[in-house]
Design a binder for this molecule. Structure first.
Ligand SMILES: CC(C)(COP(=O)(O)OP(=O)(O)OC[C@H]1O[C@@H](n2cnc3c(N)ncnc32)[C@H](O)[C@@H]1OP(=O)(O)O)[C@@H](O)C(=O)NCCC(=O)NCCS
Length: 143
């Protein structure tokens, strides 16, 4: 029977000599959906100043657009929190894998952040209801 694995520094030790992944950043944010139920003028402003083209195309193609826009806003804030500093609105956004899983996208100078900060993977999850949207971002790095 294999020996039980011990917790080392809050993680399960594998005994392997390979580098191991560790969490180096965590961010959470909550957004009220009603605040993202924009009229045409506000929507145009947010599309210019806050959301990426990919986010706008995704949200406009869905029902419950405000839920999606609230979720994307929460994801931007959660990413900022995970990195620990501000990132301009349109330099951080949400994309989707083919199965629908959301992913953090970085643009412009923000694309250099993961390498500079030793981030090897970024994980994002989003949830939304008619009232609220939330997002969590985990930044993974190597030991
Ligand atoms: C993904 C799933 C769990 C969403 O759950 P839900 O309670 O209906 O909705 P929530 O509001 O909590 O989450 C919706 C968000 O989940 C995210 N999501 C969608 N597909 C996803 C996937 N395959 N993996 C992870 N997250 C996903 C998206 O950000 C989505 O928001 P969007 O619709 O605005 O793009 C559900 O659609 C499902 O079970 N899909 C099939 C199985 C699956 O892919 N599961 C993966 C997670 S176990």
């Amino acid at each position: 029977m294999p020996a039980p694995r011990k917790l080392v520094g809050g993680r399960l030790a594998t005994g392997s000599l390979e580098s191991r992944a560790m969490v180096i950043g965590l961010g959470l944010d909550l957004a009220e959906v009603a605040r993202y139920d924009f009229d045409a003028a506000r929507l145009a402003w947010f599309a210019r100043k806050v959301y990426t083209d990919e986010e706008m195309a995704y949200a406009l193609g869905k029902r419950n657009r405000a839920e999606r826009l609230a979720g994307f806003f929460a994801a931007k804030e959660a990413t900022r929190k995970a990195f620990g500093h501000a990132i301009p609105w349109r330099l951080v956004g949400v994309g989707h894998e083919s199965g629908g899983k959301p992913v953090v996208r970085l643009y412009g100078w923000a694309t250099a952040l993961p390498l500079r900060r030793g981030v090897t993977a970024m994980h994002l999850t989003i949830t939304h209801t008619a009232a609220m949207a939330a997002a969590v971002v985990v930044l993974e790095g190597a030991e």
